[in-house]
Design a protein around this ligand. Structure first.
Ligand SMILES: [Zn+2]
Length: 397
């Protein structure tokens, strides 16, 4: 792991907050760690680390985890993060089917989870979200878990600072102040963010490598297509938080009509629901109810028509990825959503497309991989979203 960057030059309370969060994240993501290791990784003084660790121990945020190895001198005391210190009510509304669960601050899901069909209007959304919260608050009480916040991942354009849904085609909702509505009803911190950003947070949490100096693009390919950007140490939010609508970049002239009304958008030609249509157009004979999963299974089994459909989807997606790569020169692209279930078919196709369509050497240099956080990323990431909020509330309260 590379050395973690700590903040210098800001005001004292900002520096303290930043360092508290840095150390907690370090112990959470890479622990158990000794105090000496934390000093080495952060570059902070031994005294500063010692003060912060003592505070974390007193508050119950970290706990002793036995002794580490040492070739000389006494064995160092290890510390680990207490994920069950607080739980988050995580709700993932990134798909026509929602899922929700209690998630601890390490991102571990407390089973069982709740799932159902996402509503398609503002009142329906509010009552569904409140029902989920009530159910999970009851469950937390039964199990003796303390809930520290509510995190909601939404497919679409979201102003994360106000928790405002500007537009969600999946939920068919626009201009809804969801965070304010939930905060009115519950005495808990609430965070609402775009699902790709929540997934990006989950991917960062389960990567063994530190992202401080990485530039990462997360591309979700499911019913819709969206991107989250992690640039130079944090999520890139743009001017007003409305970033990553790559699904509506036109990539095929006179292509099929998109949900936005225009033609040939990336989402219309490369989303997961496009795959069975492409296969049928190419003459794939998979019975009446062809699904994307049928096509992928047939492609794995060597069916040339199914493989050609996957290749066309990958070519369309490759156009969109090449545009992102040419503009942003990232060093890593992570693909999530349904496409991450079929890396064997799509990795070689997309790797080739990126090299062919992006400018040299940018397209060849970028690392391409599939999601590690998996299908639960939209839930797991809510813990990372609420971690700084809960932590600051506890440490300053
Ligand atoms: Zn569109």
């Amino acid at each position: 792991m590379t050395k973690i960057r700590t903040l210098k030059g800001a005001n004292q309370s900002d520096i303290r907050e930043h360092n508290q969060l840095t150390i907690i994240r370090l112990i959470r993501d890479y622990g158990p760690l000794s105090q000496t290791e934390i000093v080495k990784l952060t570059g902070l003084s031994k005294a500063a680390v010692s003060v912060l660790i003592r505070e974390f121990l007193e508050r119950g945020l970290v706990e002793p985890a036995g002794a580490g190895q040492s070739s000389v001198g006494p064995k160092p005391r290890l510390l680990r993060f207490r994920g069950d210190y607080r739980y988050v009510i995580g709700i993932d509304l990134s798909d026509p089917h929602y899922r929700a669960a209690l998630v601890d601050l390490r991102g571990q899901i407390l089973e069982p989870r709740i799932s159902g069909t996402a509503p398609h209007d503002e009142n329906g959304l509010l009552s569904t979200v409140c029902e989920i919260i009530d159910t999970l608050l009851d469950r937390a009480q039964q199990r003796g878990c303390t809930v520290g916040g509510i995190g909601i991942a939404i497919s679409g354009l979201v102003d994360h600072q106000r928790g405002m849904i500007y537009r969600s085609t999946v939920l068919q909702i626009s201009d809804m102040p969801l965070q304010a509505e939930i905060e009115k009803r519950y005495q808990l911190p609430v965070r609402v963010d775009g699902d790709v950003n929540v997934r990006l947070v989950a991917e960062q949490g389960c990567d063994e490598e530190d992202w401080t100096d990485r530039n990462v693009i997360y591309v979700y390919v499911g019913t819709g297509i969206g991107a989250g950007l992690y640039l130079k140490g944090g999520i890139y939010r743009g001017q007003s938080g409305l970033v990553g609508e790559i699904g509506h970049i036109p990539v095929v002239a006179d292509g099929p009509t998109c949900v936005c009304g225009r033609r040939g958008c990336l989402e219309a030609v490369a989303s997961w629901s496009r795959l069975p249509e492409l296969a049928r157009e190419l003459g794939f004979n998979g019975g009446r109810e062809v699904t994307a999963e049928h096509v992928v299974r047939a492609a794995y089994a060597g069916d040339p028509v199914a493989h050609a459909a996957c290749a066309e989807l990958a070519a369309n997606l490759g156009e969109g990825l090449a545009i992102l790569v040419n503009i942003l020169n990232p060093d890593l692209i992570i693909l999530g959503g349904n496409i991450a279930d079929a890396p064997g078919v799509f990795y070689p196709l997309l790797r080739q497309n990126l090299s062919d369509r992006a400018i040299k050497p940018v397209g060849d240099q970028v690392e391409l991989r599939f999601s590690r956080a998996g299908a639960d990323a939209g839930l797991v990431g809510t813990a990372g979203l609420l971690l700084p909020v809960i932590l600051m509330e506890q440490l300053t309260g």
